[in-house]
Design a protein around this ligand. Structure first.
Ligand code: PGA
Length: 255
């Protein structure tokens, strides 16, 4: 079964009400291929989720950037997975490296979050990736395998999981992984899924790449056989996000 391309825009902690409305109008006017060809979601900060959900074109989905690890309750400042479901938000990004590093989210904690979000019916974009130091010491695969294993230990159904491989050294740095570097890790991850989870999960799970993707570098990355889409940060706030969605499809349909 073909893996449908999956493009996510991670707005991170950016935007005013006016800016958010502008980005949404820009996206609503963009000419992009049909949702049968590419699945697109954007992930605004929590406070803008209902607004974006109500204004955004129906062929795009909205995702939260995080949610609480278990059922809501006395957890000041947190947003529960149930609340997202209640608001009609279908999807959540979990385990982003900024949360792993700045907020000390461990592999196990991320695994628990992924399992809980799936259990209430959310789709999950689960992020993994190595630091520069880990890459330079040759432990890239060990790191991403351990991060994926912590998820695999808690999750039995992978149908609603998209894995986002995002090397930390490429995030927000302008230093994108080469297509070869990205493909190598995606292929190894797929092999890991094959050996540790199963052949079907390995064949069907989308593994998307994130880290300084832009309108200029996306085509070559998209042409790699194991790159099934992108998680885009900075460029998702700009008109070139539409180019990224379009370029990807053009490339793949030519293969
Ligand atoms: P970037 O961010 O595209 O700005 O590097 C990617 C991400 O953090 O998801």
């Amino acid at each position: 079964m073909a893996r449908k391309f999956f493009i996510g825009g991670n707005w991170k902690c950016n935007g005013t009400l006016e800016e958010v409305k502008k980005i949404v109008s820009m996206l609503n006017e963009a000419e992009i291929p049909s949702e049968n060809v590419v699945e697109v979601f954007v992930s605004p900060p929590f406070v803008f989720l209902p607004l974006v959900e109500s204004l955004l074109r129906p062929d795009f989905q909205v995702a939260a950037q995080n949610c609480w690890v278990r059922k809501g309750g006395a957890f000041t400042g947190e947003i529960s997975a149930e609340m997202l479901v209640n608001l009609g938000i279908p999807c959540v990004i979990l385990g982003h490296s900024e949360r792993r590093s700045l907020l000390n989210e461990s592999d196990e904690f991320v695994g628990d979050k992924v399992a809980y979000a799936l259990s209430v019916g959310l789709k999950v974009i689960a992020c993994i990736g190595e630091t520069l130091q880990q890459r330079e010491s040759g432990s890239t695969m060990a790191v991403v395998a351990a991060q994926t294993k912590a998820i695999a230990e808690k999750v039995s159904n992978w149908a609603n999981v998209v894995l986002a491989y995002e090397p930390v050294w490429a995030i927000g740095t302008g230093k994108v992984a080469t297509p070869g570097q990205a493909q190598e890790v995606h292929l190894e991850l797929r092999k890991w899924l094959h050996d540790s989870v199963g052949a079907e999960v390995a064949a069907t799970t989308r593994i998307i790449y994130g880290g300084s993707v832009n309108g200029a570098n996306c085509r070559e990355l998209a042409a790699q056989p194991d790159i099934d889409g992108f998680l885009v940060g900075g460029a998702s706030l700009k008109p070139e996000f539409a180019d990224i969605i379009r370029s990807l499809t053009v490339m793949k349909s030519q293969l």
